[in-house]
Write a protein that binds this ligand. Structure first.
Ligand code: SF4
Ligand code: FES
Length: 248
């Protein structure tokens, strides 16, 4: 395939960025999207130009490092995949593809396509720890009965990889789906009850302080989430938040 790429180039956080066009030839449909960018970068390096900076790590959909707004959609046009799992067969010869960083005030651009998502780390840190005896008398997790339905819902919430696509998809740049997943994974389990009140209050407070917007129930986050995190989690977080507020 021969393609035209329109890529956001930005030297650093303090320099204004702009879209730059790059023609690229000989792209195989079995390549991943990131492999296509690797090909571009090899070409740029061989011409003595600066390669395009983008985030990646596992390249198998589990770490959440890759991002990219591709033709206006977080992680591109496929469903239930991250950018590293997106394949070039989703595009056709002659296509123009726009590639931008995730856009949100709370995700400032560091360089080119890389954004700073440490605001997510701080939300998780605000959630704190769970009290588990690790003094040598640790109770085997399987000895605490957990309702199967709750265990499944908790596990599903825990599959959130912290990629930030939910924020990039949201017109309000809301981090409710991410935060709700992190609240829900503990709220549904007996081990999560001890700190439940402080956890939800502190995580929501941090989420607001980081500059994320509020949820207006559009549901774009759920559609673009590569892990299928359900909006149900936001409803659960809101219930947890209300009951925690009444206890404080
Ligand atoms: S909820 Fe989905 S889109 Fe949002 S950070 Fe988690 S995995 Fe990514
Ligand atoms: S590089 Fe790890 S999820 Fe894409």
């Amino acid at each position: 395939m021969n393609l035209k790429l329109k890529i956001w180039r930005q030297k650093d956080a303090n320099t204004k960025g702009k879209m730059v066009e790059y023609p690229i030839a000989g792209i195989e449909e079995d390549m991943s999207f990131l492999e296509m960018l690797d090909v571009l970068n090899e070409e740029l390096i061989s011409k003595g130009e600066e390669p395009v900076e983008f985030d990646h790590d596992c390249r198998e959909g589990i770490c959440g490092a890759c991002s990219l707004q591709i033709n206006g959609e977080p992680h591109g046009p496929d469903r239930g995949v991250t950018t590293c799992q997106l394949h070039m067969r989703m595009f056709k010869d002659g296509d123009t593809i726009t590639i931008e960083p995730f856009r949100a005030t709370a995700f400032p651009v560091i360089k080119d396509l890389i954004v700073d998502r440490s605001s997510f780390d701080r939300i998780q840190q605000a959630g704190g720890f769970i009290s588990v005896n690790t003094s040598g008398n640790t109770i085997d997790a399987n000895s605490i009965p957990v309702n199967k339905d709750d265990a499944d819902k908790s596990f599903n919430a825990a599959t959130c990889i912290g990629c930030g696509a939910c924020v990039a998809a949201c017109k309000n740049a809301s981090a409710m789906l991410f935060t709700a997943a992190k609240v829900s994974q503990f709220a549904l389990l007996p081990q999560g009850q001890i700190e439940a009140t402080d956890r939800v209050l502190n995580m929501v407070k941090q989420m607001d302080e980081e500059g994320f917007g509020n949820c207006s129930n559009t549901g774009a986050c759920e559609i673009e989430c590569p892990k299928g995190i359900s909006l149900e989690n936001i409803a659960r977080m809101n219930r947890e938040y209300l009951s925690a507020s009444l206890k404080k």
